[in-house]
Design a binder for this molecule. Structure first.
Ligand SMILES: [Zn+2]
Length: 221
């Protein structure tokens, strides 16, 4: 895809996410890895609902601004995940309500924030890791993401929001949407003793769709 098309794609997905209330105000940001090793990144203080393709920041492989507005200040979240996830070509970060809400619940397992509730959550977002709270701009959050060693394509920052990688921008957006909807389901069903997917049903998905789920591997199923 040409850079013009990629810029338009960032704006289209950004507007779609914003208009559905998935990230308010000027929160949230999107990045795309280019074939030359550089990146397209949404600008600082820009609303995802009103992006201008021409003003999207283009960075070179060293992260230096080549053209466009200054990139989001949250770029360390993106670079930390790109550094550790070799296949990642796009990253979406949102402040989406339900995903943020579950990070504050006492029972959350940092290695698998959500239980296996639906096949599409597992197929698109995999398992999700929880990263502890860091003040905005604290560089330590990047170290915490790197500490996950690229085993997770979706990460939730406590009291803040999801950071999700994909092999394409569409894949990253769809995975972020699955994460948000699954968080909503979790909140709807909390305390009602719901029936989640069984270990056998999860193993079946892993086998048939070739999924890599960190927790699943850990237990050697
Ligand atoms: Zn943020």
């Amino acid at each position: 895809m040409t850079h013009v098309r990629l810029r338009e794609e960032i704006c289209r997905f950004g507007r779609s996410l914003f208009e559905r209330g998935l990230t308010p105000g000027s929160s949230g940001n999107i990045s795309l890895r280019l074939d030359d090793g550089g990146w397209l990144v949404t600008p600082t203080n820009a609303s995802l609902g009103f992006l201008d393709p021409a003003r999207i920041a283009r960075l070179d492989a060293q992260g230096k601004l080549v053209s466009g507005d200054a990139p989001t200040k949250e770029i360390p979240l993106h670079t930390a995940l790109y550094e550790t996830r070799a296949g990642a070509r796009a990253i979406v970060h949102l402040h989406s309500t339900h995903a943020v809400a579950i990070t504050m619940l006492p029972e959350i397992d940092p290695k698998a924030v959500l239980p296996p509730m639906t096949p599409y959550y597992l197929m698109r977002a995999g398992q999700t890791a929880l990263v502890p709270y860091f003040r905005p701009g604290d560089p330590a959050v990047a170290d915490a993401i790197k500490g996950l060693a690229g085993r997770y394509s979706s990460v939730l920052l406590a009291n803040h929001g999801p950071v999700v990688a994909g092999v394409t921008l569409e894949a990253a957006v769809f995975a972020t949407e699955e994460l948000e909807e699954t968080a909503k389901l979790y909140l709807l069903l909390r305390g009602l003793n719901p029936r989640y997917l069984s270990p056998e049903q999860v193993s079946d998905l892993v086998r048939v769709f070739g999924l890599t789920l960190p927790r699943h591997d850990e237990h050697g199923h």
